[in-house]
Write a protein that binds this ligand. Structure first.
Ligand SMILES: [Zn+2]
Ligand SMILES: [Zn+2]
Length: 277
């Protein structure tokens, strides 16, 4: 009976309202993590953080315009897929629920953790598959036209890849019980991390690889090198799967240390200059 009520309440205006809200959510995320990040790092801070630049070159205007066009299409695909998922949710056929602490407060946080770990694996596996399985490779290489990447490249996908990325949300919603809130919260978190991966500047800890906790994290250098060499470094949040599967770029750690060394030298020379004054 409750399911029947849900179906009856699922009217066209309800769906259109959801689509309007989802559009706003997707566009706002993109404005903050692509346009905002580009302005902040490349324009506002740009000249003062050149010593943190990971790769030698910067993206051209033509490349950025292409990334913007592809992102627009990706967001449209996410909008359609998100609406489909909303209909599934309203039909009560997913494991997603409305009340955030329905399964207890501890599970609220655990469900985020589970989705996060699952996405780390899903991203690694599908990304590697798109590199190693020929039929998918040509679709993924649209994303690799961004070299060096920029924050606008984070969602610059061929529609087929956008669909593969969108599938994650369906699999998660049908597999992992979680409050609907997390689908939006996690998308925002993912956009934030994705922005860093496509950012030209390295801000992570200088002794990352020997740090007791931080060694597990991926870095902007890690994904920048992936865009440069078109292979190795398939992971997103953590360096676990690349380590286990032996797919870190052989020069990753050296390149990271060289970028951090450049930063440290620049910092020291700035201190000396200040002392002379
Ligand atoms: Zn790739
Ligand atoms: Zn990328």
């Amino acid at each position: 009976m409750p399911r029947l009520i849900s179906i009856l309440m699922l009217t066209i205006p309800t769906i259109l309202t959801f689509m309007a809200l989802l559009s706003l959510f997707l566009v706002l995320n993109n404005i903050i993590f692509a346009y905002g990040a580009y302005w902040f790092f490349y324009k506002f801070l740009g000249p003062t953080i050149s010593h943190r630049q990971i790769l030698e070159t910067k993206p051209t205007l033509a490349q950025i315009n292409k990334e913007k066009r592809r992102t627009f299409l990706t967001l449209f695909i996410f909008l359609l897929m998100g609406t489909g998922l909303y209909i599934c949710y309203r039909l009560d056929i997913t494991k997603t629920y409305y009340v955030w602490d329905q399964r207890g407060k501890w599970y609220f946080f655990l469900s985020f953790f589970l989705m996060h770990q699952f996405h780390d694996l899903y991203f690694y596996a599908t990304h590697r598959l798109m590199h190693e399985w020929k039929p998918l490779r040509r679709f993924h290489f649209a994303h690799h036209e961004s070299s060096p990447p920029s924050p606008f490249a984070a969602l610059s996908f061929h529609p087929v890849e956008a669909f593969i990325q969108g599938l994650f949300w369906y699999i998660t919603a049908f597999l992992i019980p979680m409050p609907a809130f997390w689908l939006f919260g996690f998308y925002t978190f993912m956009s934030y991390i994705n922005m860093w991966g496509h950012n030209a500047y390295e801000f992570w800890h200088k002794d990352l690889f020997t740090h007791p906790f931080l060694w597990i994290l991926n870095t902007p250098t890690h994904h920048n090198l992936h865009h440069k060499y078109h292979k190795f470094n398939y992971g997103i949040y953590y360096n676990i799967w690349d380590k286990i599967c032996g797919t870190n770029h052989p020069e990753y750690e050296n390149h990271y240390r060289a970028v951090k060394m450049k930063s440290e030298i620049s910092k020291t020379s700035r201190i000396f200059k200040t002392m002379k004054l």
